[in-house]
Each structure stands twice: as structure tokens, then as C-alpha cells.
Write a protein that binds this ligand. Structure first.
Ligand SMILES: Cc1ncc(COP(=O)(O)O)c(C=O)c1O
Length: 399
């Protein structure tokens, strides 16, 4: 027998929180766990630009025949421009290949499989804390990984100097996963100046950035959030970029993402792309088209593109407003609670600087669900639940 020797692996923590949330009967329950954007009514709605593009596809799509392993060519071109901007030198030099993949996760997986072929001895450096799938994927493809200090959860502090200190131990050719913007889980991002310093540091030590950008547009704007990608592609000869369109197009289940490789020469780039295509063929042959076709249509249609930019601005604006409101109310209700750092963080996530037992009290006694380490999705806050949430947290400081 070969199928009776395994022991069960633990289930995904975030799924466990979702199950607990669904099963809870408290009418005031709040879900700050799951990482999806929610609107002012607490709902993950379909964007208007997406609905319109879907309608366009229903009316106009003529065939659902196979495409190539690289997926939808219009999508690849459009997201390459979203990432690199118009006329980026590496694009003009033919040193970039961008391939559609199933979501950000699928894109990171293709990038990791590619690393396993191109540089199997590389150690992949991963921020502590991070989105747990970075470890899961590198482990699954058999790459070595190490973590670097990034954020102090207890103190609510970004650790840029400690990050550089830890990365001094990286060897030439090692790979460093960085979050392009809106770091998940801390919300703490590098400033542009710090990105420049990191790029110089990595160029000097011949390290390879692997940029995971899953929230473009959620920090400061679609163009602004591409700073790290565009600058690093100019300063470093080779890098990988995994992008996700799950959040900024609110198409979580349609799995639109892309893996881009930047190579030192156009010739190397063709060879690298051929390996990526081989990897893709052996896993899923070609990615699912619908989400990518929607993104491609929106980005090439001037008026839909404008509308989408506005919708991204609205999502970003709402989360920022909730951050401000949360900190204002906490300052009023519990002046020593010390959540000021949350205002300056980006994207949907932050850690609450609470003790593990305080987090459990919020979950068990108040039905406010979050990750056990205190990671919260600020988009789960609404004008309707913010008083309940801040009153509940303030009560922890009164005991
Ligand atoms: C940092 C980071 N990278 C990648 C992803 C994956 O996104 P997708 O849902 O497109 O696979 C996520 C999703 O939560 C994320 O937070």
C-alpha cells in the first residue's frame, strides 16, 4: 500500500477563521480575517468596469479555442505596460517575457519552478512576517529558504536596517522575495528612497529580486505602486515579477496573474521564456482565459480603463479612510492603545499590537475574527461596525 502512510497536514489558518466566522451566531460578528476587499456595506462586489467587460465578452467573443501556454497575448502586453510603464528600457531591449498564469499564486509557483531549473542551489530569502504561501511554494518546489527580519509585530515597527543586516548573509545568486507594495501582512512598505538603497545593495551583492506585487494601486496609485518594479528592472540585470489581478480587479476567483522574467540579454530572455513555457505546459497547459480577457479588454478600452482607475482609487480611498477612523476612535476610546502606526501603512493589512490572549478574547468573546498573530484586514471595517470593533478593543485596555 502506498496511500496509507501519510499523516494529515494542518488546514489553512485563514480558512479555519472563515469557517469559525460563518458558524458564529453573534449578530455583531466582524470578519477582519479573510484577505479580500470589502465595500462600505461589507460586501466584495464585482467592479462596474469588470461587469461591462464581461458583457462585452459575452456579446463579442467568437471562440473559446485553446491559446498558447503563455495565455492571452493582449493581457500579457497590457499588464507588462501596467508593471513597467510605457517604453521601459528592458522592454525595448527585448529582455522581458511576461506570461499569464493562474493568479498571483500560480505566477509565484511558475517563477519558483523556473528558479529550481535555472539556479537550484539558490536560497530564497523571505520576509518575516510574510504571506505564508511564499514558504509553502518554495518548499513544494524543493528550494531552500531563509527568512529576513522585516517587521516587529509587537512594536508595530518596520525593520529596514535589520532587513539589510540579515540579507548580508545572502550569497551571490540568492533570491530575495519582496512585496512590491502593500506588504502582506504588515502593511509596512519601503519608501522610494529605501527601495533605491535596497536595489543598490542587491546589485552590489549580485542578489536576484523576486517581486511579488498583488496590490498594485492599493498603496498610492497604479502608477506610483510600480516604482519598485520599474526602478529595480533598470538597476538589476535579472529579476522575477509575479503579479496578481485578483485584488485590484476584484476578480479573486477568476485567477488572473502573470509571471515576468527580466534577463540580462534578449537572447537569454528567449531561452528563459522557453523554459517557463515548458513548465507551464507540464502543469496546466494554458491558464484560464476569462479573467485575463476581462483585464485585457478593460486596459485597452480608454473609457473602461479610466473607470477602472477610478474604482481602484475608490477602493484605496475607502481603506485609507477606515485606517484613519480606526486610529481616531482608538485614540479617543483608549488613549494609550498605541495604534498610530496604522495610519501610515498601505493596502488592506496591518497587525494589531495586541497580546495573544487579547486577540483570543476578541475572537471568543466579541466575535471579531482575525489571524491569531493579530493580522487584520482593514477593509473589513465599515462605518457600521467600527464602533463595535473599537469599543471592544478599547475594553481590553480598561481591565
Ligand atoms: C502577497 C501576496 N502575493 C500573492 C497573493 C496571491 O494572489 P492570488 O489570489 O492572485 O493568487 C496574495 C493573496 O493574498 C498575496 O497577499
Amino acid at each position: 500500500m502506498i496511500f496509507d502512510g501519510l499523516s494529515a497536514v494542518g488546514d489553512d489558518l485563514i480558512l479555519r477563521i472563515s469557517i469559525l466566522y460563518k458558524a458564529d451566531n453573534n449578530p455583531n460578528k466582524v470578519d477582519l480575517g479573510v484577505g479580500v476587499y470589502k465595500d462600505a456595506d461589507g460586501y466584495t462586489a464585482i467592479l462596474k468596469s469588470v461587469k461591462e467587460a464581461e458583457q462585452f465578452l459575452v456579446n463579442n467573443q467568437q471562440s473559446k479555442g485553446y491559446l498558447s501556454p503563455a495565455g492571452n497575448p493582449e493581457f500579457n502586453k497590457a499588464v507588462e505596460e501596467l508593471l513597467f510603464g510605457k517604453d521601459h528600457p528592458v522592454v525595448k531591449q527585448g529582455r522581458v517575457a511576461t506570461m499569464q498564469a493562474p493568479g498571483g499564486t500560480g505566477s509565484i509557483r511558475i517563477g519558483a519552478d523556473f528558479l529550481k531549473i535555472s539556479h537550484p542551489d539558490a536560497t530564497v530569502w523571505i520576509s518575516n512576517p510574510t504571506w505564508p504561501n511564499h514558504f509553502a511554494i518554495t518548499d513544494m518546489v524543493g528550494l531552500k529558504s531563509k527568512s529576513y527580519r522585516y517587521y516587529d509585530i509587537k512594536e508595530g515597527q518596520f525593520l529596514f536596517l535589520e532587513m539589510l543586516e540579515d540579507l548580508k548573509a545572502a550569497k551571490e545568486g540568492d533570491v530575495v522575495i519582496v512585496h512590491g507594495c502593500c506588504h502582506n501582512a504588515s502593511g509596512a512598505d519601503l519608501s522610494n528612497d529605501q527601495w533605491d538603497q535596497l536595489a543598490d545593495f542587491m546589485a552590489e551583492r549580485k542578489l536576484v529580486p523576486f517581486i511579488d506585487i498583488a496590490y498594485q494601486g492599493f498603496a498610492n496609485g497604479v502608477e506610483e505602486d510600480a516604482y519598485a518594479v520599474r526602478m529595480m528592472a533598470e538597476k538589476l540585470p535579472e529579476l522575477l515579477i509575479a503579479s496578481s489581478y485578483s485584488k485590484n480587479f476584484a476578480m479573486y476567483r477568476d485567477r488572473a496573474g502573470a509571471i515576468a522574467v527580466v534577463s540580462p540579454t534578449a537572447q537569454a530572455n528567449e531561452i528563459n521564456a522557453s523554459h517557463m513555457l515548458k513548465i507551464i505546459r507540464s502543469i496546466y497547459s494554458m491558464p484560464p482565459d476569462h479573467g485575463a480577457a476581462v483585464v485585457a479588454h478593460i486596459l485597452k478600452d480608454d473609457s473602461l480603463r479610466k473607470q477602472w482607475y477610478q474604482e481602484v482609487d475608490d477602493m484605496r480611498g475607502r481603506v485609507k479612510k477606515m485606517r484613519l477612523l480606526f486610529v481616531k476612535k482608538m485614540t479617543e476610546k483608549a488613549p494609550n492603545s498605541g495604534f498610530d502606526y496604522i495610519v501610515d501603512q498601505n493596502g488592506m493589512f496591518s497587525f494589531l499590537t495586541l497580546l495573544p490572549e487579547q486577540i483570543q478574547t476578541l475572537i471568543n468573546d466579541y466575535s471579531i475574527f482575525m489571524m491569531a498573530n493579530g493580522r487584520v484586514n482593514m477593509a473589513g471595517l465599515t462605518e457600521n461596525n467600527i464602533d463595535y470593533v473599537t469599543d471592544s478593543i478599547a475594553s481590553l485596555f480598561k481591565a
